[in-house]
Design a binder for this molecule. Structure first.
Ligand code: DLZ
Length: 160
């Protein structure tokens, strides 16, 4: 039976394509930086683990999750094999949360539809900082690891 505390970042490394020839760009939001830094570290460590050299990983910083859309569009224009966007939106007292989450999800979806470089969505949308911590290196794993695996899979798919 599934439990609320299961670790979601375990995967079969044998099913992940080798990334030695891939260039991966990561766009990172500075809002809730404790969370996004940890997600980014998880992603980079995983890319390295699967053969992507340091000089083929480029990190772009943007102020907040809303800016991930423009950052990803810019990253796509450099023609990497895949782009990962990393953000953490945490519910506050206003409806800002809904607008940002919806805009980012739609914006990133549009970039995937309209351009030929896959963009991986690693934006946590949580009710509290504790929930975000649990998914950025805590009890629910690190979504940055999962994003890196998805990026390698999509980069390989794109090359077919
Ligand atoms: C303004 C704002 C708020 C209230 N909350 C967050 C958040 O939880 N996570 C996040 O990544 N960004 C937040 N922002 C900033 C917006 O994403 C954006 O940077 C600003 O509205 C400027 O366009």
């Amino acid at each position: 039976m599934a439990t609320a505390n299961s670790h979601l970042s375990s995967y079969d490394p044998d099913k992940v394509p080798n990334g030695a020839s891939f260039t991966i760009h990561i766009v990172v939001s500075q809002w809730n930086e404790e969370i996004t830094k940890s997600l980014c570290q998880g992603a980079i460590k995983t890319l390295h683990h699967h053969g992507v050299p340091t000089d083929q990983i480029k990190v772009w910083d943007v102020p907040g999750s809303f800016e991930l859309i423009y950052g990803a569009k810019l990253a796509q224009s450099h023609n990497p094999d895949a782009v990962i966007v990393i953000g953490s939106v945490i519910q506050g007292e206003t409806r800002h949360f809904e607008f940002i989450c919806q805009a980012v999800a739609e914006g990133i979806k549009d970039l995937n539809v309209n351009n030929n470089v896959p963009v991986i969505f690693c934006v946590l949308t949580d009710d509290s900082i504790e929930q975000a911590q649990a998914r950025s290196g805590g009890i629910h794993g690190n979504k940055g690891v999962e994003a890196a695996v998805a990026a390698l899979q999509m980069a390989a798919l794109r090359g077919n």
